[in-house]
Write a protein that binds this ligand. Structure first.
Ligand SMILES: NC(=O)C1=CN([C@@H]2O[C@H](COP(=O)(O)OP(=O)(O)OC[C@H]3O[C@@H](n4cnc5c(N)ncnc54)[C@H](OP(=O)(O)O)[C@@H]3O)[C@@H](O)[C@H]2O)[C@@H](O)CC1
Ligand SMILES: Nc1ncnc2c1ncn2[C@@H]1O[C@H](COP(=O)(O)OP(=O)(O)OP(=O)(O)O)[C@@H](O)[C@H]1O
Ligand SMILES: [Mg+2]
Length: 374
C-alpha cells in the first residue's frame, strides 16, 4: 500500500469513527441533568459506554425528584401505588414490588391478586392493602366468565382513579382468562391517564398485545434479558444486538410509540424513543430472584414523584421538558443498585431479596437525606 492510499484509508476510518462518536453522543444525551424544579440545568449524560462512569448524575436525578417532607401534607400525597399481580404460583413478586414502594416512601400500597394468593400476601405484611379480586380459569366455568370479568373490572375501577401508578405483572402468571381481565384493567387505566409500569408476566401479555401500550407515554416497560428478547423479536422482528444496544433500544421505544423502556442487565438502559440513559452504578453479584420486582415498585414511586414535581412547577417544565418516567427509571435503578451493594456487603452469599429491601431506606438516606419543611 503506498502513502496516499494509506492516508486516504486513515482519513476514511477517521471520518467513520467521528460519525459513530457523534451518533453515540446523540444517543447517550439524556435530560437527566435538567432540574425540573428550578428549570435550570443542562443536557447531561449519565454515562457513556466509552467513558468513565458519572454515577453522581443518576444520584442527582434521584435527589431532584424525591420530595422533601412537609408537615402540611396528608396521607396519600407521597404516593398511592397498586400492584396487579400474585397468583397460585407466585406470591413473593407482588409483595416485593408493593413493599418496596412503601419502604421508599409511598404512603399506600395496594395489591390486586387472585383469591388464592391474597391471604398469603396479607400474611407477609399488614402494611399492604390486599384485594382478592382476580380469578384464574380453573376457578371459573366458561359460562361464568363474562360476569366474572365485569365483577373484576368493577372492583378494580372503583379504585383506579386514586392511584398514582399501577405496576402490572409481578407474579401475575399467564392464565389466559386472568390476562384477559388484566388487559381490560390496563385499557381502563389508560383511559384515566394512570401511569402503568409493566413487568414480569405483564410483559408477556403486552408483547403479544402491543396495542395495550403503543402510543401511551405514561407506560414504562421493565424487561429482563428474556423479556427484552421476546419484545425485540416481536416488535423489531430481529435478534437482540448487544453491540448496538442503545440504538436498538431507541428503535424499540420509537416503534412502541412513546412508552419508556428500562432494559435491565449488568447496566440498565433507559429510553423513551428520544434519549437513551445508562445507569451502571455497581450492583450486587448475587442474582437472586425478586430484584426486578423491587425495581418495578421503585419505578412506580419515583415516576409518580417526578410527575408531581412536573405538575407543581409546570411553567419551568414547559421551558425544557423532561420525561418524568425516564427520571423515575433512572432514580429507581440507581437506588436498587446501591441497596443491592449494601445488602451484599452485609450478607455476602446469603443475600436474598428481603435483605435488599431492608437496605432501601439506608441507601436512599445515603443519597438524599430526609429533610422536613414546615
Ligand atoms: N418470589 C417470587 O414470587 C418471584 C416471582 N417471579 C415471577 O415469576 C414470573 C416469571 O418471571 P421470570 O423472570 O422467572 O421469567 P423469565 O424471564 O421467563 O425467566 C425464566 C428463566 O429464564 C432464564 N433466565 C433468566 N435470566 C436470564 C439471563 N440473564 N440470561 C439467560 N437466561 C436467563 C432462567 O432460566 P434457566 O437458567 O432456569 O434455564 C430463568 O429461570 C413473573 O411473574 C415474575 O414476576 C420473579 O419476579 C422472581 C421472584
Ligand atoms: N449482571 C448484573 N449486575 C448488576 N446488576 C444487575 C445485573 N443484572 C441485573 N441487575 C440489576 O438487577 C435488577 C433486576 O434485574 P433482573 O435482570 O434480575 O430482573 P428480573 O429477572 O426481572 O428479576 P426478578 O427475579 O425480580 O423477576 C436490575 O435493576 C438490574 O440493574
Ligand atoms: Mg422479573
Amino acid at each position: 500500500m503506498n502513502l496516499s492510499t494509506s492516508s486516504l484509508l486513515f482519513r476514511k476510518t477517521h471520518q467513520i469513527l467521528r460519525h459513530r462518536f457523534r451518533r453515540q453522543q446523540f444517543l447517550i444525551r439524556s435530560l437527566c441533568g435538567y432540574n425540573i424544579q428550578t428549570g435550570i440545568g443542562k443536557m447531561q449524560q449519565i454515562q457513556c459506554m466509552d467513558r468513565p462512569i458519572v454515577d453522581a448524575d443518576a444520584e442527582n436525578v434521584l435527589r431532584r425528584i424525591t420530595p422533601t417532607f412537609d408537615l402540611r401534607r396528608h396521607k396519600g400525597q407521597a404516593g398511592k401505588i397498586a400492584v396487579i399481580g400474585g397468583c397460585r404460583e407466585y406470591t413473593g413478586a407482588p409483595y416485593f414490588a408493593a413493599i418496596s414502594a412503601l419502604k421508599i416512601g409511598a404512603d399506600l400500597s395496594h395489591v390486586f391478586c387472585t383469591k388464592d394468593a391474597a391471604t398469603v400476601i396479607k400474611s407477609y405484611s399488614p402494611e399492604l392493602i390486599v384485594h382478592p379480586v382476580l380469578e384464574e380459569s380453573y376457578s371459573v366455568r366458561d359460562d361464568e366468565k363474562a360476569g366474572v370479568l365485569d365483577k373484576v373490572l368493577a372492583e378494580v375501577t372503583k379504585w383506579l382513579g386514586r392511584f398514582d401508578c399501577l405496576v402490572v405483572g409481578p407474579g401475575l402468571g399467564r392464565d389466559p382468562f386472568l390476562l384477559e381481565c388484566v388487559s381490560e384493567i390496563m385499557r381502563r387505566a389508560r383511559q384515566s391517564n394512570v401511569p402503568i409500569v409493566v413487568d414480569g408476566d405483564g410483559l408477556f401479555l403486552v408483547t403479544n398485545n402491543l396495542d395495550l401500550v403503543k402510543g401511551y407515554s405514561l407506560a414504562v416497560l421493565t424487561p429482563n434479558v428474556n423479556e427484552y428478547k421476546r419484545l425485540i423479536e416481536q416488535v423489531l422482528e430481529c435478534e437482540v444486538k448487544d453491540e448496538d444496544a442503545s440504538e436498538q433500544l431507541l428503535s424499540l421505544a420509537k416503534k412502541i410509540g412513546g412508552a419508556t423502556i428500562l432494559r435491565k442487565g449488568s447496566s440498565d438502559l433507559i429510553s423513551d424513543g428520544k434519549t437513551v440513559s445508562v445507569v451502571s452504578v455497581h450492583g450486587s453479584p448475587r442474582r437472586c430472584g425478586g430484584q426486578g420486582d423491587i425495581l418495578s415498585g421503585s419505578v412506580a414511586v419515583f415516576s409518580s414523584w417526578a410527575r408531581q414535581q412536573m405538575i407543581s412547577s409546570e411553567e419551568d417544565y414547559n421551558k425544557r421538558p423532561a420525561n418524568p418516567l425516564v427520571l423515575g427509571c433512572i432514580a429507581a435503578s440507581v437506588l436498587l443498585r446501591k441497596a443491592a451493594t449494601l445488602a451484599f456487603d452485609k450478607k455476602k452469599r446469603s443475600t436474598i431479596t428481603g435483605d435488599i429491601i431492608e437496605c432501601l431506606g439506608e441507601s436512599l438516606e445515603g443519597i438524599c437525606p430526609a429533610r422536613t419543611l414546615g
